[in-house]
Design a protein around this ligand. Structure first.
Ligand code: SF4
Length: 482
């Protein structure tokens, strides 16, 4: 088990992150030493300054007991990435563990993948070789990442850098799914909060957009489960958003209905009347036994019923989500669920991989189970790859992709859509290249200025959010009027 010593730089977090990836934990002993267990293997990671003439470049070098050392000259601003890459390569050799995304441990691997595509002069096969050799991606992920990165760039190239996106969040759900890490409240137990909450979000929209006069390219009402609001509050929220958010002609407008058990004809009619043109109905699995196990209080039949109601209500874009790696569920069950969705025929399908965070019920069960969950899982990886192939055979293409930290098998979440049906909001929000205004408790606003992103979060505490609404709105206005 190794010790990592760092020299010439101050970024021990990167070393600790790599140790955690392979060993599940890391002790940050000091500002330049991290270890996982004992000190039988020493890894030295250092940054060496070049002479002044090449001040924009530095050398990153790593040596490890019993292995060849690695040495690369990189641009100064890329040195952290290179340190982690080199440590990954050494730890991969030491442990013989190969993560599907290799040394790309960040949330948005497609950014580095597209940079690699440019470096390889837009040659697909050269890029895939480079991604597998240098960044250590598996060939399957290199290919998926590249296709998705190209699709993302295609979507972003049609946007203007001044385009504005709006997210409104409703942090209530009809009960808590066992894997959920989101701060959602029980809509039944906290029924008294629902009406004032909806009115506060509308007030926030009013305060903000009376001052920020910018047309909005896409609006996304997400959660939690917005449809867990009572009909009256839900109607007021939708009407208020449409009244105050200055949507552009033809803007994308999504409502995440989410849990099928909250979807009714009345709710669907309200969403249609508000002009939303995209709706999400999220089964997560079409297996009733799993749904019971993960404490999702609905059945696969209710998903089908909600889907048919949404079509009857006139929705021409329905998105559906599945989660791979749910507890007790086999890869075959994931593929069976996917087949059932394909038979229904939504316009887009997102395949998530189970991620656990500290606050979920599952994470409380066993630290060791969680550690094992992060290691590569060949069966799960194969099932997700097969799901991707089936989607592509059925005319869906991957258009956005992101990764979460505590994710099963080190895998990813990928949005697939039929041609022309990609969700622009998803791509823009994930890219960190566009301004986003977040409304609602816990929502985060982002102001993008070149490569600099400034954020203004709303309070996650419901009472605090409501009591400070004028101040929170003012902070946002100030952020966007800078
Ligand atoms: S519906 Fe979604 S947000 Fe709500 S508890 Fe379940 S996973 Fe969490």
């Amino acid at each position: 088990m190794p010790v990592i010593n760092t020299y010439g730089y101050n970024y021990i977090e990167g070393a600790a992150e790599m140790l955690r990836l392979f060993y599940g934990y890391a002790n940050q002993v000091s500002e330049n030493r991290a270890e996982a267990n004992s000190d039988t293997i020493i890894i030295n990671s250092r940054v060496i300054e070049l002479n002044d003439a090449q001040a924009d470049k530095i050398i990153v070098e790593t040596d490890c007991t019993g292995l060849n050392s690695v040495r690369t000259e990189v641009k100064r601003e890329k040195f952290r990435r290179e340190i982690k890459r080199q440590l990954y390569c050494q730890l991969e050799l030491l442990t013989d563990i190969h993560f599907p995304w290799g040394s790309l441990t960040g949330v948005r691997p497609t950014q580095i993948i597209f940079e690699s595509f440019v470096l390889c002069e837009y040659d697909n096969s050269k890029t895939i070789d480079y991604l597998t050799d240098y960044w250590r991606l598996s060939p399957a992920k290199a290919e998926l990442g590249l296709i998705t990165a190209i699709a993302e760039q295609g979507i972003m190239s049609k946007l203007d850098k001044n385009d504005l996106f709006v997210y409104a969040g409703v942090p209530f759900c009809p009960g808590r799914c066992s894997y959920c890490s989101f701060i959602s409240r029980d809509a039944f137990r906290q029924a008294d909060w629902l009406e004032p909450y909806a009115d506060t979000v509308v007030l926030e929209a009013k305060l903000v957009f009376e001052q920020i006069k910018r047309p909005v390219s896409a609006l996304y009402l997400g959660g939690g489960t917005p449809t867990s609001l009572p009909d009256g509050a839900f109607a007021r929220l939708l009407e208020g958003l449409v009244r105050y958010v200055p949507l552009k002609q033809g803007a994308e407008w999504t409502v995440e209905a989410g849990r099928p058990d909250t979807i009714s004809k009345t709710k669907l009619d309200l969403i249609r009347q508000a002009g939303a043109n995209r709706i999400c109905i999220n089964p997560q699995t079409m297996n009733d036994e799993t749904l019971r196990r993960i404490r999702r209080n609905h059945t696969a039949a209710q998903t089908v019923e909600a889907y048919e109601m949404a079509r009857e209500a006139g929705f021409s874009h329905i998105n559906m989500d599945l989660i791979a790696g749910l507890p007790g569920e086999s890869p075959e069950q994931l593929l069976r669920s996917l087949n059932e969705l394909l038979m229904l025929g939504p316009e887009s399908i997102t395949i998530h991989t189970l991620a656990l965070k500290r606050s979920s019920h599952l994470q409380e069960q066993s630290q060791e189970a969680v550690r094992l969950l992060h290691l590569p899982q060949a069966e799960l990886s194969a099932a997700i790859a097969e799901a991707g192939s089936r989607l592509r055979e059925n005319d869906f293409y991957p258009y956005y992709l992101y990764r979460q930290k505590e994710v099963a098998g080190g895998l990813e979440n990928t949005g697939f859509a039929r041609p022309g049906q990609a969700c622009v909001y998803n791509v823009a929000m994930m890219s960190d290249r566009f301004d986003v205004i977040g409304l609602g408790s816990g929502a985060i606003s982002k102001r993008v200025d070149g490569t600099r992103v400034r954020r203004s979060p709303n309070s996650k505490d419901l009472l605090n959010y409501q009591q400070r609404i004028e101040e929170l709105a003012r902070r946002k206005i100030d952020l966007f009027n800078l």
